[in-house]
Design a protein around this ligand. Structure first.
Ligand code: IPE
Ligand code: IPE
Ligand code: MG
Length: 244
């Protein structure tokens, strides 16, 4: 399967500093092959390595991936269990390599409600990789944008933050992404055009790209195509174009 890498020229392109991906379409990828949905999730997990490598190659500094939403608990129990098993296996098998590659792992979301053995693996992985700086990989796992905002508000109330001191910067510092720049580009695979509760505060001014490929088929060249598309965008932030 591994074919020679096609050279991809970044000259003249604007490479986003922070890319966030809604990794969607695993189930449909599997169904089209007459496979069970879980086979799609396995293929999706495999695909991560390709995308992490491509991010490092293209000079993307921060990658945020949506792995499991607060709403995904609504899925059948065996699918949820299968997904948890895949996360466990990915941590067991990939952590050493990720660490060697200089990947710093962050978790976005709530670990409460996750089985204790997996919670511990996640915490250990965060601790092991905390000083790495080649690529920051934020894993949104048991993550929902609304739950994140409520979590932040609760924390601020508990800290006694007064209405006068509340600014956008302070609010951002209570989110799971505290200290990180907002995403520049949000990619959703599988052609769906919705946000599905992903980074609803942080992506206020992100550029969105809907990629038609199912997540397991979204590789280096597709990521490159998204960067080409991003480079054509005119980010005005409510102001006037800098380009003309
Ligand atoms: C994304 O693929 C993976 C997760 C949500 C965990 P889906 O499982 O949503 O795949 P489709 O959308 O059903 O094809
Ligand atoms: C979003 O995909 C969540 C993840 C990719 C983890 P979903 O497949 O859960 O989203 P909906 O249900 O189509 O909005
Ligand atoms: Mg989906």
């Amino acid at each position: 399967m591994a074919s020679a890498k096609k050279p991809l020229d970044l000259t003249g392109l604007t490479v986003p500093q922070h890319v966030a991906i809604i990794m969607d379409g695993n189930g449909r990828w599997a169904r089209r092959r007459n496979l069970p949905r879980i086979a799609g999730h396995r293929a999706g997990a495999e695909n991560l390595r390709r995308i992490i490598n491509a991010c490092a190659e293209f000079g993307i500094k921060i990658l945020t991936i949506y792995a499991f939403s607060t709403e995904n608990w609504e899925r059948p129990e065996d699918e949820v269990r299968g997904l948890m098993n895949i996360f466990t296996r990915v941590l067991d098998q990939e952590l050493k390599d990720l660490h060697r590659q200089g990947v710093c792992l962050h978790h976005l979301g709530n670990l409460n409600g996750i089985e204790p053995a997996l919670q511990k693996k996640v915490r250990d992985a965060l601790e092991l990789t905390r000083n790495n700086d080649r690529l920051i990989l934020n894993v949104a796992f048991n993550y929902g944008g609304r739950a994140e905002i409520l979590h932040a508000v609760r924390q601020m109330l508990a800290d006694g933050v007064s209405p006068d001191e509340l600014t956008e910067e302070l609010f951002s510092s209570y989110l799971f992404t505290a200290g990180l720049p907002d995403p520049d580009l949000v990619i959703r695979t599988s052609g769906e055009l919705r946000v599905s509760n992903f980074l609803i505060w942080q992506a206020a001014y992100a550029e969105y790209v809907a990629a038609p490929e199912m997540w397991p088929d979204f590789g280096r060249e597709e990521l490159y195509a998204a960067i080409v598309e991003y480079s054509k965008r005119d980010r005005r932030y409510g102001g006037l174009s800098q380009k003309s």
